[in-house]
Design a protein around this ligand. Structure first.
Ligand SMILES: [Zn+2]
Length: 87
């Protein structure tokens, strides 16, 4: 599956986040970078949210790898608060 914005492969965690946050019936998916841009958030925040959902037992996140946010450090971690729905 390719990101609708940039064409990169959509990470499993980005796929799960789209279903969880954007739309349970989503048919278009974005990679983590583009998902973060869409939310005006950062990849690090999205990954934190994903871990949080898994911690709470959300099945969407049960069997996927949630990558280390440090891989995305260069994308900037101080882009302001994400949407309240992420926390
Ligand atoms: Zn993308």
């Amino acid at each position: 599956m390719a990101c609708v914005d940039c064409g990169k492969p959509v990470e499993p965690v980005a796929h799960a986040l789209a279903l969880k946050i954007v739309n349970p019936c989503a048919t278009e998916f974005r990679c983590l970078d583009c998902l973060a841009k869409t939310f005006g958030s950062s990849v690090e925040r999205l990954l934190d949210a994903a871990r949080n959902y898994r911690f709470r037992g959300c099945v969407l996140f049960k069997d996927i790898e949630i990558p280390d946010a440090s891989r995305w450090d260069q994308s900037g971690r101080d882009q302001g608060a994400g949407p309240a729905s992420l926390s």
